[in-house]
Design a protein around this ligand. Structure first.
Ligand code: NDP
Ligand code: 2IT
Length: 454
């Protein structure tokens, strides 16, 4: 890393010493911005890097709730309002026991650039709680969501901050959150996205992140004269993003041979068919069971439990052409990256946010792997959230075909703006990491310059 970005990262690091994921995300972006800052000293004079790495506002609050046995629990709620230069704060809510301030700041920081890339007018934000929905009854999840929204509702609004889902927050949670917001604010507005289709939700929003990630992968391959047809693919996770990544890959003629959850991974050399995918959807969204049951249901599959002492993930050691990490941050390390390269993987497309560690990214770039970074590749979800906001404002609903066509064209546009930015600032021909960071940054930075020191 050159001196300029090093000293900027050191400054952010001094202010945020206990937030490793946040610093990881900042370091990657600042490194890519080096040539931009050299060519545009006005950004440095206006302290844009320092300002963009400082949330406009952070809200932290107590969330007390009562379980089915009458026991009282206390969780912590957060909303990071990172940047509103190009639109209202926009980004998901994560409910997971690992949630802390640093993780949400990394996600909010990434969201600023991702939302800018979508071409839609959305600022960046992220929130959530250390609440664990696993093993909780629907009633408990509802009471938690109501308690969480009892505070959050003061800080959000359709023109201020519009949350959505992320890990642990899907259609069920958005329903409970929306119901409580509506009751407290006495307003039916598009304050959340990912809503049910009968009450203001957009068609294709559930599918959008996974579909968008596959559209982005198809664009990367098309730029090399190739396609997904017949490609053997590894997918990690088995939640929202993973499920619809698999669905679109099957539709485009690829073969998916892995899935996982936080307990372990399954390898099915005969491929995940549409019927097997339906089983996974029912397992994960209906019964809320474990992916291990896939291997119990289908004899072609084997299950490997997570080994916390292992230095690599067996899922990334399976022979394949393409990999779609779609579970969580830092799930694919340097050793995993080398395993993938040795086993013939030519494309890695990040459905999750920052799933690849920095040494993993370096390996992919060094080896000339087509690597789609999360803030570009998984932007389809928030893009369709933006389209849901537009439909809510219009009080109108587009058809499935209309939304899907817009998603496809947004992903195509993100792909080409990454390549153009990489070229303009002298990065490698297929350096989507630099391209996404630079293209996402320039729009936000210019808006911040226009709006003065606020
Ligand atoms: P879900 O909660 O639907 O699914 C998450 C999946 O990842 C589950 O299979 C879960 O396993 C697994 N997982 C979660 N945490 C861990 C962990 N610490 N270690 C190992 N596995 C884990 O979430 P999504 O599919 O919505 O999100 C997946 C990723 O995609 C996240 O990085 C998210 O930020 C990102 N993303 C999501 C978008 C969306 O629209 N939903 C948009 C853009 C990015 P288990 O069942 O055991 O919990
Ligand atoms: O990481 C993400 O982009 C999301 N979780 C989706 C955010 C949104 O507002 O739809």
């Amino acid at each position: 890393m050159a001196d300029l970005s090093k000293s900027l990262v050191a400054e952010v690091s001094r202010k945020n010493p206990h937030e490793p994921e946040f610093l990881q995300a900042v370091e990657e972006v600042f490194e890519s911005l080096e040539p931009v800052l050299e060519r545009h000293p006005e950004y440095l004079a206006a302290r844009i890097p320092q300002r963009i790495a400082e949330p406009e506002r952070v809200v932290m609050f107590r969330v007390p709730w009562v379980d089915d046995q009458g026991e009282i629990h206390v969780n912590r709620g957060y909303r990071i309002e990172m940047n509103s230069a190009i639109g209202p704060y926009k980004g998901g809510l994560r409910f997971h026991p690992s949630v802390n301030l640093g993780i949400l700041k990394f996600l909010a920081f990434e969201q600023v650039f991702k939302n800018s890339l979508t071409t839609l007018p959305m600022g960046g934000g992220k929130g959530g709680s250390d609440f664990d929905p696993k093993g909780k009854s629907d009633q408990e999840v509802m009471r938690f969501c109501q308690a969480f929204m009892a505070e959050l509702y003061r800080h959000i609004g359709p023109n201020t901050d519009v949350p959505a889902g992320d890990i642990g927050v899907g259609g069920r949670e958005i329903g409970f959150l929306f119901g409580q917001y509506k009751k407290l604010a006495n307003e039916f507005t598009g304050v959340l996205t990912g809503k049910g289709r009968n009450w203001g939700g957009s068609l294709i929003r559930p599918e959008a992140t996974g579909y968008g990630s596959v559209y982005f992968a198809a664009e990367m391959l098309a730029a090399k004269g190739d396609s997904l047809e017949g490609k053997r693919c590894l997918v990690s996770g088995s939640g929202n993003v993973a499920q619809f990544t698999v669905e679109k890959l099957i539709e485009l003629g690829a073969e998916v041979v892995t899935l996982s959850d936080s307990s372990g991974c399954v390898h099915d050399p005969e491929g995940v068919t549409t019927e097997k995918l339906e089983f996974v959807k029912e397992l994960k969204n209906g019964r809320r069971g474990r992916i291990r049951e896939y291997a119990e249901e289908y004899a072609s599959a084997t299950y490997t439990e997570v080994d916390p002492s292992a230095d690599h993930d067996p899922l990334w050691a399976v022979e394949a052409d393409c990999a779609f990490p779609s579970a969580t941050q830092n799930e694919l390390n340097g050793r995993d990256a080398r395993n993938l390269v040795e086993n013939g993987v030519k494309l890695v497309c990040e459905g999750a946010n920052m799933p690849t560690t920095p040494d993993g990214v370096e390996t992919f770039l060094e080896k000339g792997i087509l690597f789609g970074p999360g803030k570009a590749a998984n932007a389809g979800g928030v893009a369709v959230s933006g389209l849901e906001m537009s439909q809510n404002s219009l009080r109108y609903a587009w058809t499935r075909e209309e939304v899907d066509a817009k998603l496809k064209s947004i992903m195509r546009e993100i792909h080409s703006s990454c390549l153009e930015a990489a070229k303009e600032y002298g990065a490698g021909e297929h350096d989507y990491v630099a391209g996404a960071n630079v293209a996402g940054f320039r729009k936000v930075a210019d808006a911040m310059m226009d709006q003065g020191v606020v």
